[in-house]
Design a protein around this ligand. Structure first.
Ligand SMILES: Cc1cc2nc3c(=O)[nH]c(=O)nc-3n(C[C@H](O)[C@H](O)[C@H](O)COP(=O)(O)OP(=O)(O)OC[C@H]3O[C@@H](n4cnc5c(N)ncnc54)[C@H](O)[C@@H]3O)c2cc1C
Length: 403
């Protein structure tokens, strides 16, 4: 019997690749190996679950067993892949070795951890999976009667994910403080005026900001000065804050450990060409662990197609999975990304951002209230930001952008 297509990872990238592949090929054996349960959920719902009063169980949209049955997949859940041997075309797990026809790496990203001092530094949580969310949700509600004051949350990082959590938590009655070395929220993606409007909207929900500094230490607060179990957070500027829970949202880095150990070319992610091929034959990658089109393996002199970037968002995964499925089914298909605006889930001020490609020279221009365009030296529109009611202009603005 021929070896199966093996997919490592049961996130959006892994499952979507299988779903798309089945549209082309209903019969080739597929094995999906994952370190987690394999239950299917939409990861973006982790940062707006509280407002919807959804706990971890309600976020699962399709249980793993049903996914496996519907897609005719052999699922190995709770099975971390320990190593890949590209020469033998096999993957190693604690349950044994498995040979592959082709291998897809969809191992996602890992939360970046800041080295912190203090006797409670290990209590910092990050939410990048359903299991992480379950731990966060438990800590948020632990031992609190419904009428008791809500847990105070300090969020490290006022980027996209930090602001989404801030909105969700503050909007559901949690006192929220945000700490970030930048000078404004989502400063890396937004023009200053849009950041300021978002900051004002979240301040309206009671969010408190600590910009231009970072967290350096987290300790258990002394019993006589705080609510039992409270944490004392020390900032680089010397300020001391108190919180019941510290959430880190300082960013993710591609999970390249397996690929690196197997000798695959990795930079900020596992480098793939336009057909999502890694530097080793029969091994492909997509999703948060991939660095897209950093190379053309057949013609290394050719310029990188998409600027060699990681794109840790849903739309790139949906596009990449479709192209990869076609390639795996026998028709080599080059991935061409369309414009992929990202909706920031901050209901206090909804924002849609279509950032310019990294390295694009130019600047932000205010077009009218709630609309900003990023224009290059030739006055070409290369990206946009929309806020509030102007988010409805997403299609119209998208048509103006030169990719
Ligand atoms: C809170 C939050 C909100 C977000 N909101 C948005 C949004 O609004 N819009 C948007 O576009 N994007 C959003 N994103 C980003 C988007 O959700 C991710 O880009 C996407 O879900 C990543 O999917 P993935 O399959 O690449 O990775 P993951 O979902 O991380 O899946 C990785 C899989 O690999 C498995 N794995 C890893 N290592 C191994 C191993 N050695 N062996 C076996 N299995 C392994 C894991 O168990 C897991 O199943 C958000 C992200 C977060 C964290």
């Amino acid at each position: 019997m021929s070896h199966p297509l093996i997919v490592i990872g049961a996130g959006l990238a892994g499952w979507t690749t299988v779903r798309e592949f089945r549209k082309f090929d209903p019969d080739t054996p597929v094995t999906l190996i994952t370190a987690d349960s394999g239950d299917f959920y939409a990861k973006p719902t982790l940062s707006n679950a509280m407002a919807q009063q959804r706990g971890p169980a309600q976020l699962v949209t399709t249980p793993a067993a049903r996914m496996a049955e519907t897609l005719k997949v052999k699922l190995l859940a709770h099975t971390p892949v320990l190593a890949i041997d590209p020469a033998q075309r096999l993957v190693r797990t604690a349950q044994g070795d498995l040979n592959y026809r082709d291998l897809v790496l969809a191992t996602g990203a890992l939360a970046i951890r800041l080295p912190l001092a203090g006797d409670a530094a290990d209590q910092v949580l990050a939410v990048n999976s359903l299991d992480d969310f379950a731990a966060f949700h438990t800590r948020l509600l632990a031992g609190r009667a419904p009428e008791a004051p809500k847990a105070r949350v300090l969020i490290m990082g006022a980027g996209l994910i930090g602001c989404e959590f801030a909105n969700d938590l503050a909007g559901t009655g949690h006192p929220v403080q945000l700490v970030d070395p930048a000078v404004a929220p989502i400063a890396a993606l937004l023009p200053a005026q849009a950041s300021a409007e978002l900051q004002a909207a979240l301040t309206g929900l009671g969010v408190q900001w600590h910009f231009g500094t970072t967290v350096t230490a987290i300790d258990q607060a002394a019993a006589d000065e705080a609510v039992p179990g409270a944490l004392r957070v020390t900032l680089a500027n010397g300020q001391r804050l108190e919180a019941d829970l510290v959430l880190s949202a300082i960013g993710l880095r591609a999970n390249t450990a397996l690929a690196q150990a197997a000798g695959l070319h990795c930079e900020r992610g596992v480098v793939v060409d336009a057909s999502l091929r890694t530097s080793q034959p029969h091994i492909y990658a997509l999703g948060d662990n991939a660095q897209y089109a950093g190379q053309d393996w057949d013609d290394p002199a050719k310029a990188p197609v998409a600027g060699g970037r990681t794109l840790p968002y849903v739309m790139p995964i949906m596009n990449a999975a479709k192209a990869l499925a076609a390639t795996l089914a026998g028709t080599r298909t080059a991935l061409v990304f369309p414009l992929m605006p990202v909706a920031i889930k901050t209901p206090a001020l909804p924002i849609v951002v279509a950032p310019p490609a990294p390295g694009t020279a130019g600047g932000w221009h205010s077009v009218s209230a709630g609309i900003w365009q990023f224009r290059d030296a030739q006055e070409q529109v290369r990206g946009f930001v929309l806020s509030g009611a102007q988010t409805a202009q997403r299609m119209a603005q998208s048509k103006l952008v030169q990719l």
